[in-house]
Design a protein around this ligand. Structure first.
Ligand code: GDP
Length: 304
């Protein structure tokens, strides 16, 4: 039989077949998938083959992936595991209200998705709670991010007309992430009644969010539309990147790199007359993006 992995607990997998039937599966033997060394490589979004015995499925093969997204292991430093596979786009829910999402976090998420060649969407939520200055700030950020190819929305998860956002999700599998408290569950509930997520009281969260479920889960909105809800995205990761790779995953830096007289080895920090530093000075590249770049480069955990 063949199906789609909707949920994983690490040892059991919820697999849905084309007729909508769900099966509880596990992995008894070894599964081999080219290029992946993990002992337990099955991820949400994988298409798998399985045999059924006494109502329990045994996964025997993972069908070739279009892509996958890795996440750093919380328990084992230096390790990572596949968070989800076969994703069409990655959507980050953020807010400039409470708990305010930092630009550094947004940029890390975008760089990470870009490194896996996954298109990105940002939803600026809690529009109803913003004063005029913050609304202006959202518009400016939307211009910045749209300018580098990211699809952006400004919404109120509870009140907005979400039709345009729904059209962006339609016919695709979308990985959804965001810090606890930004309104991800509320938004998913508003998008589709199929998705039953518990929403929390924002006062019970610390700034960065405390409540964590551990595993990604896929929800079916219709035959061709799925969302993957991912908990605890802090570790979502810049896994092993050089300075050059990080700058290549910032599209506006990538675009100018060939113009730089220092060529591919330039890391845009101390090189005098570097084209990218010039672009930051004259405003072609936003200072916030350059600062995010510097912070990612400075963070040893990211690095090879
Ligand atoms: P999650 O942790 O990201 O899934 O956040 P929740 O969906 O649980 O929302 C956290 C809190 O923010 C809840 O109290 C929601 O009612 C509230 N909330 C979510 N979206 C909005 C919004 O657009 N406007 C307002 N005012 N509150 C919101």
């Amino acid at each position: 039989m063949e199906g789609l992995v909707m949920r994983s607990t690490g040892s059991f997998y919820d697999v849905m077949t084309a007729d909508g039937q769900r099966y509880n599966c596990r992995v008894r033997g070894k599964i081999r998938l080219e290029g992946i060394k993990e002992t337990n490589p099955v991820a949400v979004g994988d298409r798998v083959e399985f045999d059924l015995l006494n109502d329990i499925g045994n996964i025997t093969a993972i069908l070739p992936r279009e892509n996958h997204i890795l996440r750093k292991s919380v328990k084992k430093k230096g390790h990572s595991h596949v968070l989800a596979a076969n994703i069409d786009q990655a959507m980050l829910v953020v807010t400039l209200a409470f708990p305010r999402t930092s630009l550094g976090f947004i940029d890390r998420f975008l760089v990470s998705a870009e490194s896996f060649r996954i298109p990105q969407v940002i939803v600026f939520n809690k529009k109803d709670l913003l004063d005029n200055d913050s609304l202006e700030e959202v518009l400016a950020l939307m211009r910045l991010y749209q300018g580098i190819g990211v699809t952006c929305f400004s919404v109120s998860a509870k009140r907005s007309d979400l039709d345009e956002l729904k059209r962006t999700l339609h016919n695709k599998t979308t990985l959804v992430a965001g810090h606890s408290g930004v309104g991800k569950s509320t938004l998913l509930n508003s998008i589709s009644p199929e998705i039953k997520q518990t929403t929390g009281d924002v006062s019970s969260f610390t700034e960065k969010g405390t409540h964590t479920t551990t595993f990604a889960e896929m929800f079916r909105i219709d035959d061709t539309t799925y969302v993957i809800d991912t908990p605890g995205v802090k570790e979502l990761g810049l896994v092993d990147m050089t300075e050059q790779e990080i700058s290549d995953y910032l599209p506006e830096m990538r675009e100018l790199r060939l113009d730089c007289k220092f060529g591919a080895r330039c890391i845009h920090i101390n090189e005098p007359g570097c084209r990218i530093k010039e672009a930051v000075t004259n405003g072609e590249i936003a200072l916030s993006r350059y600062e995010s770049y510097l912070s990612m480069v400075a963070d040893d955990d990211n690095r090879k």
